[in-house]
Write a protein that binds this ligand. Structure first.
Ligand code: ZN
Length: 136
């Protein structure tokens, strides 16, 4: 695999098997998870959250297709974009690997995966996206 870097540090980790985990946190007081990772809980303001990896499984809630490339984007269009509810109870807005909305449905199982794109200067970068997964 050629060298690539995360599109941004501190958001996710590549598990090496094609899947990714989001770098989130869990509150010691209210026990809720959040993303991105922060020391202070966004729900109860408790300041003793601990690091927790989130994913890779979730269910698709909302979705659409992006038909025109955003500025600087060199990847294919259309690409999918949607909202996925992770098993940990965190709702994530993210890229979808499926660009045809007719092949998606609400409630569909999704898997968090690593996706390779290119930065503005052509540098290969990796990011996370959700791919349709098998039921169960
Ligand atoms: Zn909390």
């Amino acid at each position: 695999m050629s060298a690539s870097r995360p599109v941004r540090d501190g958001l996710f980790r590549d598990c090496g098997d094609g899947t990714a985990r989001l770098l989130g946190a869990r509150c010691a007081d209210c026990a809720r998870y959040h993303f991105p990772r922060a020391e202070v809980c966004p729900y109860c303001s408790c300041d003793s959250c601990s690091a927790a990896d989130l994913g890779p499984r979730g269910r698709l809630w909302l979705y659409t297709a992006v038909l025109r490339p955003p500025p600087g984007y060199r990847g294919v269009v259309p690409f999918g974009f949607g909202v996925v509810d992770l098993e940990e109870g965190v709702r994530i807005v993210a890229r979808l690997t499926e660009g045809d909305p007719a092949r998606l449905r609400s409630g569909q199982p999704m898997l968090l995966v690593v996706e390779h794109l290119h930065d503005d200067d052509g540098t290969r970068v990796e990011t996370y996206a959700f791919a349709a997964a098998e039921e169960g």
